[in-house]
Design a protein around this ligand. Structure first.
Ligand SMILES: Cc1cc2nc3c(=O)[nH]c(=O)nc-3n(C[C@H](O)[C@H](O)[C@H](O)COP(=O)(O)OP(=O)(O)OC[C@H]3O[C@@H](n4cnc5c(N)ncnc54)[C@H](O)[C@@H]3O)c2cc1C
Length: 466
């Protein structure tokens, strides 16, 4: 590892889920503290747990390549390492005289444990670690009830969140203005590329902060009518920034600034969605048992039937329920699924197929480009009625009615289930009712919705009586 100033004391900034040079809180502070070198570590153990069709690996790679190019343009570079994270970070101490290690906080339980360990390791070398809030507007225990407890009801959390934002504002950290404080570095060799390790390139959204800015810009003109359009999956009218907030190619502060720059029903609804993200982040931080258990622990004992054949049909978009199958095929092909359809597919898995929400959560975790433990877990538990402030268990989506309401002309279904494209706008929602149906190779419904609804209600009601 060749550095031109390797004996000069330096600040080390560790990029994690904040893959951008602009409005980056931790990077801003590091650059304000002196000359900086920056690194990213591909965690070998984590990568080994991923399937080769995981869409996120290429997104991360594209994002760090962009940072590398931007730093090389100013005579510096991003040091990209591969291996055990602790070992790789400590290895840097043999080459550089590091004064302080800076990173932005991560609130996932396993990341908290890893970060505590790294902090200890560096303390052994008398190197301080400094951590910053960057991923959310409010984090951890910043928003509490009057009894100093974390919120478990979204609407009350949101009211307090809005008051706090009005009081404190939403300040940017203009790291992009301090880039001259990066150390000059000779070009560094990358230790990892997804291709080399067999990771597939899917036709998914492209990584990097430039693309993220473009996505936000494209959405700006759609913001005012977001409340009217967001539920229609055939329209292209949501922001698609989920993945950018997940990997930090876009700053949450910039997103909230956009939301609050307008005062209309669209911008207020979109802001509420960003607040849901903060809400689930603090649920995960304050109630980390939700990673494996129901938030409402009485629902750990739900007697799901967990039919593996039905689960495979659900995963492959072969249940015979067009709106569900279209959603699952969108997910499998693109790494994205529209929010309304995520709700329909999740409800269908838990309450029509009577399969444990954790199976679905796990499948989404493998396939979603914007997969985020807090949001995925929170939303799955919401749909499964096991979570805090969740959908009541007796309110069960009817997939046929949802389909007619939110995809009235079957445009979304036709896009992802071409074998149904010949059906008219009425038949397409429930093709098994149609004679023509036998001519296609689309499956007949694997369950009867009204029967399954009764069974789901019994499953929940049994728990209530215990
Ligand atoms: C079963 C299920 C699983 C989900 N898993 C994830 C996940 O792993 N990661 C994820 O980011 N979102 C998840 N969501 C929430 C939501 O579906 C996505 O955030 C949204 O579809 C992303 O598209 P978008 O960026 O165009 O969102 P927009 O509609 O433009 O919303 C803007 C942003 O607000 C946030 N947001 C919107 N809705 C929610 C929500 N319900 N909960 C939390 N944050 C929200 C996201 O960061 C999103 O990018 C899930 C929803 C369901 C029902």
């Amino acid at each position: 590892m060749a550095a031109t100033h390797n004996q000069e004391p330096t600040q080390l900034f560790w990029f994690r889920r904040d893959l951008r040079l602009n409005d980056n809180h931790g990077l801003f502070s590091a650059l304000n503290n002196g000359k900086v070198i920056a690194c990213f570590v591909w965690d070998r153990d984590l990568l080994n747990t991923l399937q080769l069709d995981n869409p996120r690996v290429n997104f991360i790679h594209q994002s760090i390549c962009e940072i590398k190019q931007q730093l090389q343009l100013i005579g510096s570079d991003l040091i990209v390492l591969y291996g055990n994270t602790q070992e790789q970070l400590l290895k840097l101490l043999t080459t550089y005289k590091i004064k302080t290690l800076h990173w932005n906080e991560d609130y996932e339980p396993w990341a908290i444990i890893r970060d505590q360990q790294i902090q200890k390791d560096f303390m052994d070398y008398e190197i301080h670690c400094k951590m910053y809030k960057d991923q959310t507007i409010f984090a951890k225990r910043e928003i509490l009830t009057q009894q100093s407890k974390p919120y478990s009801v979204y609407s009350a959390y949101k009211n307090t969140w809005l008051k706090k934002l009005a009081h404190e504002g939403c300040q940017s950290y203009l790291s992009e203005n301090l880039l001259t404080n990066f150390h000059q570095l000779q070009p560094q060799k990358d230790d990892f590329t997804p291709l080399q390790h067999g990771f597939e390139q899917l036709p998914a959204l492209t990584g990097g902060a430039t693309q993220a800015q473009q996505r936000l810009l494209n959405f700006t003109s759609k913001l005012a009518t977001y409340n009217l359009n967001r539920d229609y999956p055939f329209q292209d009218l949501t922001s698609y920034i989920g993945v950018d907030l997940r990997f930090g190619t876009l700053s949450i502060r910039q997103s909230v600034q956009l939301a609050t720059s307008q005062n209309n029903d669209g911008s207020l609804t979109w802001l509420s969605e960003l607040i849901w993200r903060d809400f689930f982040s603090q649920v995960l931080f304050n109630f980390p048992y939700v990673v494996t258990q129901a938030f409402r622990i009485e629902y750990n004992n739900l007697a799901y039937t967990n039919n593996p054949v039905w689960f495979t049909a659900w995963c492959n978009g072969q249940t015979g329920f067009p709106i569900v199958d279209a959603g699952m095929r969108q997910l499998n092909q693109t790494g994205f699924m529209h929010n309304r359809v995520r709700m329909i597919c999740a409800s269908f898995l838990c309450k029509d197929l009577l399969i444990d929400w954790r199976w679905g959560e796990d499948y989404f975790a493998k396939k979603l480009l914007d997969y985020d433990l807090a949001s995925n877990n929170g939303n799955w538990q919401w749909c499964a009625s096991t979570g805090c402030d969740a959908q009541p268990y007796f309110r069960i989506f009817n997939p046929y009615l949802q389909s007619k309401k939110f995809d009235p002309e079957g445009e979304y279904i036709r896009k992802f289930i071409p074998e149904l494209s010949h059906l008219d706008n009425k038949a397409i929602h429930c093709p098994s009712n149609v004679d023509l149906f036998s001519a296609t190779n689309y499956p007949t419904p694997i369950v009867n919705h009204p029967t399954q609804v009764k069974l789901a209600k019994i499953m929940f009601a049994t728990i209530k009586k215990d």
